[in-house]
Design a binder for this molecule. Structure first.
Ligand SMILES: *Cc1c(COP(=O)(O)O)cnc(C)c1O
Length: 362
């Protein structure tokens, strides 16, 4: 029996993508071995690799100015790899601070240059409940890039309109909202996302970057960290995480089958409307700290009147087959992660549970 999985990451995967993997596990395409036992230089694996890139390109409508890369090391490696490629001692980049992950990204940049905080919505209690407004950005036109975190997985905030940063390259950590809807990735110089939230298992990081931005990266850093080396080699410079990329292929194929990103977005909006609708209706019991315009469609956070009730909520939900609802340790409370693989039906089940819990325990 599979549970209803609201895990924040690694997160649930669409069942058809897993079933396809099960069917193909021992004998991939009548080759007598699993996909992970194939050479990454052979035609059988390369077809999977290229199909994943082509599915992603089709789903987002990515223009030829941009390239898709499969890297490793998670978003955390990208926190370091971006400044490693684009900063030198004395040069700066602008960071827009919206949560724990932005703070980690900023810290890594300090090893390579002099990053600036160009906006922050941190509160005196160190938490964040919104993203900055355009008029709060203090941007440096000479910055090497501007870095944003499009969805703040821990605090449940999200940029619904991307900031206007003039002619400065915009770099985004999209780990927890990559492909939640059709998005114009060509306005970003570089976006990155660990696959384990919206796209697949952990082990592979998707990077989508402008070819001219890739070409501008530093050449005096080790080859393995240069975007240009991975781009020139179609992400086959060294052995890529073939099984993870295969699973990403399955997830992307599922997204295409169900109707593409328009359908995925419609489902995601329905799920968010159901949850925020319930929170607003019962705001005396369920308190949602995030300001309305910054509410995340992917991670919905709220608190019950006491930490004891938060814990009881998580425990009772588990009894009902719903897991992954405990808030992040820095934020507390409850967090419902409603990534692409979570169905509208799953969220309806949770909302029914929330109403029942309030009546019996409130
Ligand atoms: C999960 C997450 C990360 C960390 O990803 P790793 O793959 O574990 O390095 C970074 N940024 C955001 C926004 C995340 O949600």
């Amino acid at each position: 029996m599979r549970v209803i999985n609201f895990n924040p990451g690694p997160a649930g995967l669409p069942l058809p993508a897993l079933e396809r993997a099960r069917e193909e596990l021992l004998d991939f395409q009548a080759t007598g071995m699993s996909v992970m036992e194939h050479s990454h230089r052979g035609k059988d694996y390369e077809a999977v690799h290229d199909e994943a890139i082509s599915l992603l390109t089709q789903l987002v409508g990515l223009p030829s100015s941009h390239q898709v890369l499969f890297l490793t090391g998670g978003a955390s490696q990208q926190f370091a790899q971006v400044p490693m490629n684009y900063l030198t001692p004395g040069t700066s980049a602008d960071y827009l601070m919206t949560g724990v992950w932005s703070e980690k990204a900023l810290d890594e940049a300090k090893y390579y240059g002099t990053p600036r905080v160009a906006a922050t919505t941190v509160q005196p209690d160190k938490h964040y409940t919104r993203v900055p407004r355009q008029d709060e950005l203090n941007l440096d036109p000479k910055a090497a890039y501007v870095h944003i975190t499009t969805n703040n997985t821990i605090y449940g905030t999200q940029w619904h309109t991307f900031p206007d940063v003039g002619g400065v390259p915009l770099v985004a950590d999209m780990s927890s909202d990559f492909l939640w809807k059709k998005m114009d990735l060509s306005r970003f110089a570089l976006t990155y996302a660990g696959a384990q939230k919206n796209l697949g298992p952990s082990g592979v990081t998707l990077v989508v970057a402008a070819k001219d931005f890739i070409a501008r990266g530093r050449k005096d850093i080790p080859k393995i960290f240069r975007y240009s080396i991975h781009a020139e080699n179609n992400s086959l410079y060294n052995t890529p995480p073939t099984l993870a990329i295969y699973l990403v292929r399955n997830v992307l194929a599922w997204m295409k089958d169900v109707g593409g990103l328009a359908q995925v977005e419609a489902w995601n909006r329905q799920k968010a409307d159901l949850l925020y609708g319930a929170l607003d209706k019962h705001s005396g019991f369920y308190r949602a700290p995030v300001e309305r315009e910054s509410r995340s469609v992917m991670n919905v956070v709220f608190h019950l009147p006491t930490p004891e009730l938060d814990a009881a909520f998580v425990a009772d939900a588990k009894q009902q087959g719903m897991v992954g609802l405990k808030g992040h340790r820095t934020a507390g409370g409850i967090r419902v992660s409603t990534y692409n693989a979570v169905t509208v039906e799953n969220v309806r089940t949770l909302v029914t549970f929330m109403e029942h819990f309030m009546k019996t325990r409130g």
